[in-house]
Design a protein around this ligand. Structure first.
Ligand SMILES: *Cc1c(COP(=O)(O)O)cnc(C)c1O
Length: 383
């Protein structure tokens, strides 16, 4: 994707910056649309993956709903024209203020994560004389086989309501007239690259769905969350996820009743590949066993490698050297974890070269910070 023309254009911008390919984003959205409508599935964009205004503007023009995890994300969705009847609000720690704001907007559904939250939600809805539509976020105890910091569906995780609490929840709901249970919600983790855990999830959903039906709850909404992973190692080979295969797993294994809708919440799979972090090499420093390439971007711009040992493909865009050398590619921040990759093979690199960290569209710019009083990271867009 980095043609001579683009590299020339990028050389004119002040580094570091995010560079987004809006054409790829649009093609990805088209693929989601085509593949999900085959089964009438409902897809919500998980806002927390990327809330760059230009990205949100593109996504707002599709028919996707919004999956929000804070009051400000709900606000961002509302202000950008997302249909309120397609906004869901999840999170283990929703504040009263956030709940009140979302109640005022009449969003589609709150995904509730604890018994106590049900009480609070009921109380706040009662004050407004409203009935809040809720789904129970359930911890299905399915191992997503992903990094321990991004697995969410195990009993040891803080998220969701555990099956041993179901009887209590059902008794409680009978006493909470300002809540209407409309569905069940699941989200087992992120960057899941194997469809096995989703098949397991479907089977758990079927059991739990039957359990609630037996208790008299014929719920119209089943929401299986998101988390499907992207190809960080070979972004050019698979720049748009195979959504057909992903949705088909659910079609094959989930048992829905006629009145039931299936909902998804996708973040990374939508925006991950369209974003890149572009940086300039400040210094080459020869260590005892290794060469360091010190960039002007660091964990303040892209924290994923430091936070969960995430891999991003790194390329030198401007070197014309034929010799390949190994570098530890690091940032300028005063933390040892500020390292993008060890023993990364790059064309011989020198001060001033432009380097790109690929597949940085999800959980990149949104997680940037001003630690060390760094400048706010900029962003540029393809035509
Ligand atoms: C983060 C999150 C998602 C999106 O996860 P991705 O891995 O980006 O697809 C979906 N649902 C919930 C509840 C989340 O917290």
């Amino acid at each position: 994707m980095f043609t001579e023309k683009i590299i020339k254009e990028l050389s004119g911008y002040k580094t570091p910056f995010y560079y987004y390919d809006l054409t790829l984003l649009q093609r990805t959205l088209d693929a989601v649309k085509t593949e999900s409508t085959k089964y009438n599935y409902h897809v919500h964009y998980a806002f927390k993956a990327n809330t760059n205004p230009e990205i949100i503007k593109v996504i707002s023009k599709t028919s996707l709903g919004a999956d929000c995890v804070s009051g400000n994300e709900v606000k961002c969705a509302v202000e950008n024209g997302f249909d309120v009847s397609k906004i869901v609000f999840a999170g283990v720690g929703k504040s009263d203020e956030e709940i009140n704001y979302a109640l005022d907007q009449n969003i589609f559904c709150f995904n509730c994560e604890s018994l106590q939250e049900l009480d609070v939600m009921n109380e706040l809805a009662a004050i407004k004389n409203k009935v809040a539509a809720i789904a129970l976020r359930i911890n299905p105890n399915v191992d997503a086989h992903t990094h321990k910091y991004i697995t969410t569906g195990l009993e040891e995780n803080k998220f969701g309501i555990n099956p041993y609490e179901f009887e209590t929840v059902i008794e409680k709901l009978k006493q909470l007239p300002n809540l209407k249970l409309i569905g069940l919600h699941f989200h087992i983790g992120s960057q899941i690259t194997d469809l096995g855990p989703y098949k397991k999830l479907c089977l758990r959903v079927n059991e739990i769905n039957r359990f609630f039906l037996n208790k008299g709850y014929d719920l119209p909404v089943i929401n299986v969350g998101g988390g499907i992973g992207i190809n960080y190692h070979e972004p050019d080979k698979e720049n748009i996820l195979d959504f057909a295969t992903y949705f088909k797993v659910f079609h094959d294994f989930i048992e829905l009743r006629k009145n039931q809708e299936l909902h998804f919440e996708l973040g990374r799979a939508i925006v991950g590949q369209c974003g890149n972090l572009v940086s300039k090499v400040l210094y080459i420093k020869n260590g005892i066993n290794t060469n360091f390439a010190i960039l002007d971007a660091g964990m303040t711009e892209l924290i994923r490698p430091a936070l969960y040992q995430a891999y991003h493909k790194i390329e030198n865009l401007t070197s014309s050297s034929k010799s390949i050398i190994k570098y530890d590619v690091v940032g300028p921040i005063c933390e040892s974890s500020d390292c993008f990759g060890k023993a990364v093979e790059l064309a011989e690199t020198k001060r001033g070269d432009l380097v790109v960290l690929r597949s940085a569209g999800a959980y990149g710019e949104v997680m940037s910070s001003r630690y060390n009083l760094r400048d706010e990271v900029r962003s540029y867009f393809s035509e």
